[in-house]
Design a protein around this ligand. Structure first.
Ligand code: ZN
Length: 40
């Protein structure tokens, strides 16, 4: 799931993981995809 805050976007997951804020939604989406492939 992608959450946006101001001009930043970051990926969050139901397992309480979240990625650093990104300036681009596309990067945040990649973070999320990477987490799903490698949850640890
Ligand atoms: Zn997760």
């Amino acid at each position: 799931m992608i959450t946006e805050r101001g001009s930043f976007a970051f990926a969050v997951c139901v397992c309480s993981w979240f990625a650093p804020a990104r300036r681009s939604r596309d990067l945040a989406r990649r973070d999320a995809a990477g987490h799903l492939l490698n949850p640890d």
